[in-house]
Design a protein. Structure first.
Length: 60
């Protein structure tokens, strides 16, 4: 079992990556994300996604 499997909340799925522009904006910093603009929900850019993962990482 990987750390990601252990820490992922059951029943949540990441949106599919976009094939190209237009990209959705990050909800924190407004930078482009890897997700399509049509995706409905919380989207984070790679930097904010990594920082959020660090803040919420499992500790044990």
């Amino acid at each position: 079992m990987s750390d990601e499997d252990y820490c992922t909340i059951a029943g949540t799925a990441k949106p599919a990556k976009a094939d190209g522009p237009p990209y959705a904006e990050c909800v924190l910093c407004r930078e482009p994300t890897e997700y399509p603009e049509s995706y409905k929900g919380l989207t984070l850019c790679p930097v904010c996604e990594w920082q959020e993962a660090q803040r919420t990482a499992c500790s044990g």
